[in-house]
Design a protein around this ligand. Structure first.
Ligand code: ADP
Ligand code: MG
Length: 245
């Protein structure tokens, strides 16, 4: 014989309220013993479910946009990195920069939090329904090169140009040859004034000429990247070395 309690569990199952369903059997005893109001009980159960669904949503986002980790501005210690204008960076979460098709450029030495900040803004963009992709610069160049070899470069660039937000991480960790600089230029140019791009680099923009080994194309890339951009320069210690002297 099915009890009402079992019926309730079945209903929660059918509604896809998995966490409420899982939590209820242990919670029901507490409810029956103590005098918990209906509102308190429903609040507790719906909060458990919402927290879970939010976590699932984040997991889906991270997978689809290929973020290497989950990061958030909440977990960023701004006190550790006083050169950052906290208000400016927190402000990026409203995505006004995307409305205006502006770029974000995070510059600083390794470990200062560039990727952390780029991912945090990217995850927020996903949460607000923006099509987002995170890609390492080296990997991006490999893909563009492969497409170029196969004669599918146009299609490949169009695909990358369609994202509302593209995050290109670690520009300048590895040298970029003449042809790669050309490919990157085509991509940046395709996105220019259409949609926002976030860049992280450990090299100051003034030294990009050396990385790209192609001054003319470097100037053209910088011109388009920086024309409408918020540049965040981080001068500080590596968080990875926190606690060491
Ligand atoms: P970068 O990209 O500048 O080399 P990361 O963003 O990868 O540095 O940061 C290195 C590690 O330290 C990451 O795990 C990141 O989450 C963490 N981290 C860096 N800066 C901070 C900070 N100010 N507060 C909290 N965690 C930080
Ligand atoms: Mg990084």
């Amino acid at each position: 014989m099915t009890t009402k309690f079992q019926e309730l569990l079945t209903n929660l199952d059918e509604l896809g309220l998995d966490k409420m369903r899982a939590y209820l059997p242990e919670y029901i005893d507490e409810l029956n013993q103590q005098q918990v109001t209906f509102t308190d009980a429903m609040l507790k159960l719906t909060t458990v479910e919402l927290t879970w669904q939010d976590q699932l949503k984040t997991n889906r986002i991270v997978k689809r946009a290929r973020f290497p980790q989950v990061k958030s501005l909440k977990s960023f210690d701004f006190d550790f990195q006083p050169s950052i204008n906290q208000q400016q960076v927190m402000g990026f979460q409203d995505l006004a920069f995307m409305e205006s098709k502006e770029n974000l450029v995070f510059i600083g030495s390794p470990g200062v939090g560039k990727t952390h900040l780029a991912i945090s803004v990217g995850i927020e963009a996903c949460r607000q329904g923006k099509r987002t992709l995170f890609v390492n610069c080296h990997e991006l160049l490999l893909r563009l090169n492969a497409a170029d070899d196969k004669g599918t470069l146009d299609r490949c660039i169009r695909r990358y140009a369609r994202y509302d937000l593209l995050i290109i991480d670690e520009i300048g960790y590895l040298p970029i040859n003449h042809n790669e600089a050309n490919l990157l230029f085509q991509l940046i140019n395709a996105r220019y004034e259409h949609c926002s791009t976030i860049i992280t680099s450990n090299s100051d923009l003034s030294t990009w000429v050396e990385i790209f080994q192609n001054p003319t194309v470097t100037a053209a890339i910088l011109d388009r990247l920086v024309h409408h951009a918020h540049i965040v320069k981080i001068n500080g210690k590596s968080y990875r070395l926190k606690g060491t002297n």
